[in-house]
Design a protein around this ligand. Sequence first.
Ligand SMILES: Cc1cc2nc3c(=O)[nH]c(=O)nc-3n(C[C@H](O)[C@H](O)[C@H](O)COP(=O)(O)OP(=O)(O)OC[C@H]3O[C@@H](n4cnc5c(N)ncnc54)[C@H](O)[C@@H]3O)c2cc1C
Length: 464
Amino acid sequence: MEYKTDYLVIGSGATAMAFVDTMLKETDATFLMVDRRPKVGGHWNDAYPFVRLHQPSSFYGVASRPLGRNRLDETGFNKGYFELATGVEITHYYHSLMDEVFIPSKRVQYLPLCEYTEEGDIISLMSGEKHNVTVNKKVVNATHITTEIPMTHTPNFAVAAGVNCVPPNHLCRLAPNFKHITVLGGGKTGIDSITWLLANDYPADNITWVIPRDSWFYDRSKFQPDEAFLDQTLEFLAGQTETFAAAKSLEDVCLGMESKGNWLRLDKNVWPSMFHAAIITKADLEQIQRIKNIVRLGRVEAITSKGMQLTQGEISCQPDSLYIDCTAAGLGHNVNNFTPVFQHDLINLQMIRSWQPCFSGALIAYIEANIQDDALRQAMTHPTPMSDTVKDFLRSQAHRMMNEGQWRAHPDIAKWLVDCRLDGFSHLFANISADDDKKHSQLQRYGQNAQAAVENLLRLAAAV
Ligand SMILES: Cc1cc2nc3c(=O)[nH]c(=O)nc-3n(C[C@H](O)[C@H](O)[C@H](O)COP(=O)(O)OP(=O)(O)OC[C@H]3O[C@@H](n4cnc5c(N)ncnc54)[C@H](O)[C@@H]3O)c2cc1C
C-alpha cells in the first residue's frame, strides 16, 4: 500500500497518543501511526489484571480527554487519595480515543500489527506486505521509552521443568491453588502482586519475597492535584529543592528526601540503591512490611524444584511454590537515554518531565507546533530519562528543573501548563491567593534554591 502523511509516528502507546492528540489541536497536519501491537495504548494492553496507575488518573492520558472521574478512593490502600485508573480503564480510554476522535478526524491513519524496521520499512506482521510511505514533514519515534512488562518479556533466569513460574497476569487465577507463593522482584509490580494477595486474604507467612535490590519509593500523598493537598505538594517541592541544593553526597539526597517524608523504604535497616520512581502510600508500605520472609541474595539465576540459585547464594524453597515473575525492566531500557528530542526531520519522544511520558508527549507537540527557534526548543527539552539507581535520578532531576525554568519563562508555555490537564498542578499554583503567605513562602523557597539545586545535582551526578 502507498501512504502519504505529514508525520509518521512509530508506536501508538501513551506517549504517541498524547503527542498526536495535541498536534491535532495545534496544527492541521496529518499523521500515520504504526505499531506492532494490534491495539493502541502500548504496554497497557498486556498488563496484569490488578494493575493501576501509580499516579492519579486526573493527569494521565491525553490533553483533550479526562481519564476517570477525579474522585477520592473510599476503600483500599489508596483510600483518601485520588483514583488510580485500572489497566482496563486505560486501554478502553485509548481504544475509544482512536475510534471516536483520531480516525473520525480524517487526519489520522493507523496501521496496527506493523513493524517499523531498522531500515525504515513498514512491514505488515500479518501479510508481510511492505507499505510505502511518503513523509512530508517528520518521523516521530515514540518507542524510546519502550516499556518492558512481565507478560511480554523473557525472564533472564532458568526455570526447571515442572516449576510453576508465571507472570502476574496469571496470579488471580492460580493463587487459590497454591499454599505458597514466591514473588520475584522488588519493584512496583512485585509490590502490586503482594498487596493484591494480602488484600485478598492470602496469608502473609505463606509469601516469600525475593528483593534483589531495595528501592526508595515516593509517598503518594505528595502527588494529589487538589487545593486540599496543596500545602503538602508545595512543601514537597520546596523541601526537595532545598535538599538538592544543600546535599554534599548522594547519601545526603536520600536522607534529605526521607527525613522530609518524600521518600519511603521498606526497611529502615536496609539502604536502598534502586530508584524507579514507584509511588506508594503509607498503607501500601504497612502491607508489604507484613512480609517477613524476604530473600536478599541478589538476582535470581535459576529456579529448580528444590530451590533458587541467586547471584549471592542458594536457598531451598517450598517444593510446591508458585513463582510470580515481576522482574521485567519496566522503563529500564530508557535509563541514561539522552537522545535529543528534536533532530532535523526526526522527533524522538522522550520524557522531558521526569516519569511523565504523557505530559511530555503533549508538551513536545505544543513546542513542535508553536516554537520554531531550534536553540529554544533544545533548551526546553532536555531528556529526563528513567532512573534505575539514585545516581540516575540526580541528572534526570537537574534536567527536569532546567526544562521547568525555560517553560515558565515563556509566556505561551506558562499558560499552556496552567491550561493542560496533564500538568496536574500549575493551575493550582496559578490560583494561590495573594494573601496566602504560607504558600507564597513555599514557592519562594523553591525559586530561591532552584538554580543551586540544578548545579549541585549535576556536580553530584558527575562525582558518583
Ligand atoms: C505497571 C506500570 C504502571 C505505570 N504507571 C504509570 C503512571 O502512573 N504514570 C506514568 O506516567 N507512567 C506510568 N507507567 C509508565 C508507562 O510505561 C507510561 O505511562 C506509558 O504507558 C509509556 O508509553 P509509551 O508509549 O512511551 O511506551 P509503550 O507503551 O511501550 O508503547 C510503545 C509502543 O511502540 C511499539 N513499538 C516499539 N517498537 C516498534 C517498532 N519497531 N515497530 C512498531 N511498533 C513498535 C510497541 O508495540 C508499543 O505499543 C507505568 C508503567 C507500568 C509498567
